[in-house]
Write a new protein. Structure first.
Length: 135
């Protein structure tokens, strides 16, 4: 004779019930905003805009891509040790610098954020070249 199946999913016999969702977690309803049209996004800025920037978009998306400063200082970083046996945090730093394997070099802007990442994994990488001006 087969044994009866237990219906409870937790030990101890007490069943858990789903707590009601708070009011702030409900689905948000989209507001009736003016829909964007493709024609408005592809329109070129009027003559009063920046004359030196060809193809500037008037739909407010012109600042979506930031241009790199013309004379930014750069550093060349060389990975010389594998990151296989390293903690995940150091592997993430390697990947965020764009390094995938030993003896690969990348050029990055010389700023405090990149210097901090290099300092976090200084036993895996070397700064080969400093002070070059970027293109």
């Amino acid at each position: 004779m087969p044994s009866a199946k237990k219906t409870g999913g937790t030990r101890g016999g007490a069943k858990r019930t789903a707590s009601p969702r708070p009011a702030s977690a409900k689905k948000r309803v989209k507001t009736a905003a003016a829909p964007k049209t493709h024609a408005a996004e592809s329109a070129v800025a009027p003559a009063g805009g920046d004359p030196g920037v060809p193809g500037k978009i008037a739909g407010g998306r012109a600042g979506a891509r930031r241009s790199r400063p013309a004379a930014a200082r750069t550093i060349t970083i060389l990975q010389y040790v594998s990151g296989i046996a390293c903690p995940k945090r150091q592997k993430r730093v390697l990947r965020s610098l764009g390094l995938r394997h030993p003896h690969q070099s990348v050029v990055r802007p010389d700023n405090p954020a990149v210097r901090g990442m290099v300092n976090a994994i200084r036993h895996l990488v070397r700064i080969v070249e400093e002070g070059g001006h970027g293109a």
